[in-house]
Ligand binder design. Structure first.
Ligand code: NAD
Ligand code: UDP
Length: 327
């Protein structure tokens, strides 16, 4: 059996990847320190005969006994609220964590795929974003801790590839959503859905003209799976190119959920990218991949997930203090 280590396995993407690799017949080792993840995301896997979980912070030396064929490095806070709350940990997991993962890959002769992000393009001046675009990132702005850690991660991964000859893959993930996102992680989909379920108004930041392009989790996982087994080591965008403004998206969510919420406008966070849309020509050509799940279908599935939360859980995850993160 082939053996794969997934860092960040108790998170949203990591847990879905663990499901996928187990279903494909791999032995999966999940690793996480639960800083933004949850045991709930992996409890269905704990009794699986081919799943092993190690609680560990990957910014410290990573010890794995036995062989490893692949590593997926997904450990990192991913939502703006999270990385503003824990900026140093965010910088460390993208830098020191990546260094440890690459060192482990070298020793084990494993192929490693690192989770990069559309945030490496910052507030982009090229639209849609192609992999050739270098980006427009403010290193000292609030998002700098995440964006620069991810840019460092890419540079370190390329250096290990070029200098040590290890097999590397880099995925640039664009906004991905679906079940197991944290209700209070502050990202726009859990934020809006939580607000609808609590009967609150939807908080659109700025005038809502900024755009995003949302990719359903199943499509993202399929793209990552294909990239890992491709022979391409340069970064590849994986996301859904269907772009929508945040204001239209808020209206769409109210329609879709039948909620009675209204829209209220709040201050736009500093350095919030005004446009984001992946150019996925490379993924189409190299991986024969493109997203299959339309936004309506994906959003319905996601709302079904959030609807399971009790009134008490919804109350506890109420996101009251967003102002403190905007300033
Ligand atoms: P998430 O917060 O749900 O998952 C991240 C997981 O990593 C959590 O379980 C957390 O506890 C764990 N983690 C963080 N630091 C760690 C450390 N030092 N040691 C061990 N575990 C640690 O976020 P997600 O949305 O699943 O994102 C996963 C990865 O994908 C991240 O690297 C993120 O940057 C990348 N990504 C996600 C998106 C998206 O839209 N979801 C977009 C771009 C990039
Ligand atoms: N956003 C919003 N209201 C919210 C949360 C987010 O209008 O309650 C906006 C945010 O300003 C950004 C977009 O939604 O323009 C996507 O934000 P998210 O945090 O999901 O991720 P980002 O793509 O900015 O990293």
């Amino acid at each position: 059996m082939e053996r794969i280590l997934i860092t960040g396995a108790a998170g949203f993407l990591g847990s879905h990847l663990a499901d996928k690799f187990l279903a494909e017949g791999f032995e999966v080792i999940g690793m996480d320190n639960f800083i933004t993840g949850s045991t709930k995301n992996i409890e269905h896997l704990l009794s699986h005969p081919h799943f092993q979980f190690i609680e560990h912070d990957v910014t410290g030396f990573i010890q794995i006994d036995g062989k490893l064929d692949y590593i997926l490095h997904f450990a990192s806070p991913a939502s703006p609220i999270d990385y503003l709350r824990i900026p140093i940990q965010t910088l460390k997991v993208g830098s020191l964590g990546t260094h440890n993962v690459l060192g482990l890959a070298r020793v084990k002769k494993a192929r490693v795929l690192v989770a990069s992000t559309s945030e490496v393009y910052g507030d982009p001046l090229v639209h849609p974003q192609t992999e050739e675009y270098y980006g427009n990132v403010n290193p000292i702005g609030p998002r700098g801790v995440y964006d620069e850690a991810k840019r460092f991660q890419e540079a370190m991964t390329m250096a290990y590839h070029n200098f040590h000859g290890i097999e590397t893959r880099i995925v640039r993930i664009f906004n991905t959503y679906g079940p197991r996102m944290r209700l209070n992680d502050g990202r726009v989909i859990p934020a809006f859905m939580g607000q609808v379920l609590r009967g609150e108004n939807l908080t659109v930041f700025g005038d809502g003209s900024q755009t995003r392009s949302f990719c359903y989790i199943d499509d993202q996982v399929e793209g990552i799976f294909k990239l890992l087994f491709s022979d391409y080591h340069l970064p590849v965008n994986i996301g859904n190119p269907e772009e929508i403004s945040i204001l239209d998206f808020a209206k769409e969510i109210i329609d879709l959920t039948g909620g009675k919420s209204k829209i209220v406008f709040k201050e736009l966070p500093v350095n919030d990218p005004m446009q984001r849309c992946p150019d996925i020509s490379k993924a189409k050509k190299l991986l024969n991949w493109e997203p299959k799940v339309d936004r309506k279908t994906g959003m319905k599935k996601t709302f079904e997930y959030f609807k399971q939360f009790s009134t008490e859980e919804l109350r506890q995850t109420q996101y009251k203090d967003f102002k403190k993160y905007i300033k």
